[in-house]
Design a protein around this ligand. Structure first.
Ligand SMILES: [Zn+2]
Length: 420
């Protein structure tokens, strides 16, 4: 293996497949990493303030490293979380907080990080950009640019290996972040741009939350769909697998967390000839949140839920959409707390959507909004675009052209599968 493979220096090291992912220099993301992280924490302090924060009880719930969980040992010194000489799966969240908070518990309150890197205290050296000159390209959002000059949305964070062998291969174990079940395993590297990857589902009061672990070198022996996992269960080994080459020096874990768009996506793939059919666990059907706001939220709140976290995620676009089936989408059957209206509703609906295409909330459209939709003569109309949140088009549900914001190409499939 040439020596340059382990030295991320120049764009020349980036393999052809990677050149399609040239990072975009968005001033928002070029704020120095540490400052961004601190700002993120400050925002979370403000946005995440809830009943838990108001009674003076310190319920800080450090997220444990998986290795410490397995050792039943202290984290201190590894990633800065509080010392916890507790048995595996015992966290501060278990230490009495539930006695004063009757709300449903989320398995996400007992989490580990997916590798030994502390994602509540992000540090640039722990992430792997597509180009070393653009550290933001390792992060979540509209942070990359394709060869066509258009923005590419990066749906997760690319976490750097902490251990490599002499040939530069990553040795880091990849861990399930929380209790859950294995929903999907792909062991064929060339089968997906996620490469060899695993998807888990976790039970939260909001409904099922997915986590995804991509570009693995290998999946743990015997890991199979339907199997239950605990926080810290080894899922595999970090790698650089994908359907287009990721150079060895860019070995990393691509980690995602979010909600599943449609529970009938596999059937939609069958009808539309999408292959391979991954059931519900195709990238088009999984809408993520930013792991670097997700983990700090759960690190700060001993008893919280994904729904409380989601309330801190800003909308990128608000749409009024036609209701072709005269019912609310089954999305709100699986995530009922995100629907704000009568269960039996047959009229147009208003959707509040994140930059990644995740539906943050829905409600019946009012008369003026119905009129906006009718005048558009389309199946959806834009009510508001929050450009500072959407970055460069987000996932292109809406897109900016010469005249302003218009419906984007990705909206058709997104609406088709929502109502399928
Ligand atoms: Zn990635």
């Amino acid at each position: 293996m040439p020596k340059t493979d382990s030295k991320p220096k120049a764009a020349a090291n980036i393999a052809p497949g990677d050149n399609r992912q040239k990072p975009y220099r968005n001033p928002w993301f070029v704020v120095p990493f540490a400052v961004t992280a601190v700002l993120g924490m400050v925002v979370l302090r403000a946005c995440g303030k809830g009943p838990d924060d108001d009674d003076g009880v310190n319920r800080s719930a450090p997220i444990h490293s998986a290795e410490a969980m397995q050792r039943g040992n202290s984290l201190a010194g590894r990633n800065g979380a509080a010392a916890a000489k507790a048995p595996a799966a015992k966290t501060a969240a278990d230490s009495g907080a539930e006695n004063v908070s009757p709300k449903p518990r989320s398995v996400l309150c007992t989490m580990v990080y997916p590798t030994t890197v502390d994602l509540a205290r992000p540090d640039a050296k722990n992430f792997v950009p597509t180009n070393p000159e653009h550290p933001e390209s390792a992060l979540f959002g509209s942070v990359r640019t394709g060869s066509d000059g258009r923005a590419r949305f990066h749906k997760g964070v690319d976490i750097a290996p902490q251990k490599k062998d002499r040939k530069g291969r990553a040795l880091d174990s990849v861990y399930a972040v929380a209790a859950g079940r294995v929903a999907y395993v792909n062991r064929v590297a060339g089968d997906s741009n996620y490469g060899i990857h695993v998807v888990l589902l976790h039970s939260d009061p909001i409904g099922d939350v997915y986590t995804l672990y991509a570009h693995l070198a290998s999946v743990a022996d015997g890991l199979k769909v339907g199997q239950t996992v605990e926080p810290g269960t080894v899922l595999g080994v970090m790698g650089n697998t994908a359907n287009s080459a990721i150079p060895l020096w860019r070995s990393h874990l691509h980690f995602e967390v979010g909600l599943v768009h449609s529970s009938r996506f596999g059937a939609w793939c069958d009808e539309n000839g999408v292959k391979p059919n991954r059931g519900n666990f195709h990238g088009w059907n999984m809408h993520p949140v930013n792991p670097l706001t997700f983990f700090p939220h759960f690190a700060r709140h001993a008893t919280t839920t994904f729904g409380e976290y989601l309330a801190t995620v800003p909308a990128g676009v608000e749409l009024v959409v036609a209701n072709p089936k005269n019912r609310i989408p089954e999305y709100f059957g699986r995530y009922p707390s995100l629907w704000n209206g009568p269960v039996a509703w047959s009229g147009p609906i208003v959707l509040s959507v994140s930059d990644s295409g995740l539906i943050l909330g829905g409600r019946p459209a009012n008369e003026a909004e119905c009129e906006t939709l009718a005048q558009s003569k389309a199946r959806a109309a834009i009510l508001a675009v929050h450009e500072n949140i959407l970055g460069r088009n987000g996932v292109r549900l809406v897109a900016k052209d010469g005249k302003g914001w218009v419906l984007g190409k990705a909206l058709t499939r997104w609406l088709d599968t929502l109502w399928y």
